[in-house]
Design a binder for this molecule. Sequence first.
Ligand SMILES: Cc1ncc(COP(=O)(O)O)c(C=O)c1O
Length: 427
Amino acid sequence: MEAANNAPLWPPASQGDEERDDGVPEQTPRTKRVNREIPFFLTKPQYLTIKDELDAAVQRVLDTSFFVLGTELTAFEAAWADYLGVARAVGVGSGTEAIHLALRALDIGPGDEVLTVSHTAVATTVAISSTGATPVFVDIDPHTYTMDCTELERRITPRSKAIVPVHLYGHPADMDPILSLAERHGLVVVEDAAQAHGAEYRGRRCGTLGAAGAFSFYPTKNLGAYGDGGAVVTNDTALAERLVLLRNYGWSERYYSAIKGYNSRLDELQAAILGAKLPHLDSWNARRRRLAALYTAALADDAGASAIQVPTEAAWAAEASACTTNDFTESCKPVPAPHTYHLYVVRVPERDRVQARLRERGIATQVHYPVPVHLQEAYQDLGYTPGSLPHTEQAAAEILSLPLYPELTDDDVQYVAAALRETVAGL
Ligand SMILES: Cc1ncc(COP(=O)(O)O)c(C=O)c1O
C-alpha cells in the first residue's frame, strides 16, 4: 500500500472514482470539465490522511491471518462501547443487520407493528420487514426531518411493539417524548443511529438511549469501514449476549445451536480499520460541523439566498462546536457534537432543475431520499398512498444534499454555496 510515486497524497491526481450514495453505490455523472469539479463524496482523501495507521492495522490482520471473530473485533467493540458510554457493542455485518438483529433479540416478529419513519434509507424498513413485523410509518417534523412525536402517539395500536426512530443526517430525533411514549405503551425502542456516529441528544450519545442502538459502518458514514459493517450497542448485557448468539448461527459454542441464528459478523479487517479510525472521529465530526456552519453562513446571508432553506438544529441538538480552525487534523479539539452532519441537506425550489444546473457546473449533489419508503413499489402492500405523510412527501420533493466530508476545503464549500445561490436566484 505504498504511494506509487512521490506525488502529494492529497489532492489526488484524479477525483470522482470512489463516490458513493448513502447506501447505494452510484457514479456521479461527469460533465464537461469547464468548471471546478466538486465530487459529492470521496473515501480516498481520508485514507491518505491516516494512511500509515490504516496500513498498519490491515497489515496486523494479514500477519495474524485470523479473519473472523478475533481480537480485532473484541478490541473495537470495547473501544466503540467506551466511546459511546454504553455497556456493550456487538459487531455485526451491516447497519441493516444491526437493526434487524436488535429487533430479533427483543423478540419482535410476525404480527407485531414497528413504528418508524418513511423519510429514511430504505434499509430501516428492510430490517423491520426481515423480522416479519409490519412497519408503520410516522410523518416527520419538517424542520429536523426526524420522527414527529405527536404523530407517533396517534399511530400506536394494540399491536405496536417497538419504535425505530432514525437520527437522520446526523441530527438526533427527539428522544425524550419517544422514550416516554414507549414506556407508557410498553414498547421497546431501537435507535437507527446509522447516520449519527458521535451525535448527541441532550449530552448523551445517540444510540445509547433506547433498549438498543444500531450503527452502520458503510464506507460513506462518519465512521466508515472499507466494506460493509455494523454494530448494535446496548446497556443490557443479557441482550448483548443474545446478539452474540444471533450473529453467529445461534451457536452457544462451536457447532451447538442454542437458538436459531444468522450469519452476520463484523470481520477482523473491518474491525481493525474502524479501530484505527475511531480516535479521529471527534475531529472529523468537528470539521463537518465547521463546514456546515460555513455553508449556513454563506447560504443565509442575502436576499438571493432566501429561497434556500438551510438545516436547523433543534433545541435538543443546538450546542455549537468550538472548532473554528481550518486544520481538522491538529487543532480541532474533540467537542460535543449534537448534530454531526452526516449530510448537509437544504431545501430549494425546483430541486431537480437546481441539481441539474449544479451538475453542469461540476458540482455533484444527491437526494436523500427521492422516493419515501411508503411510496416505493416494494411497500405498496402496506396500503399508503400519496398524501399519507405530507411532510415526508414535501421534503422528498425539495431536499438536496450538498457535498460535505471532512477533507473538503473551506473554499470548496464557498464555491458550492455561491453556485447554489446564483442558481436559485436565476431560476
Ligand atoms: C438511516 C440508515 N439506516 C440504516 C442503514 C443501513 O446501513 P447498511 O448500509 O450498513 O446496511 C443506513 C445506511 O445506508 C442508513 O443511512
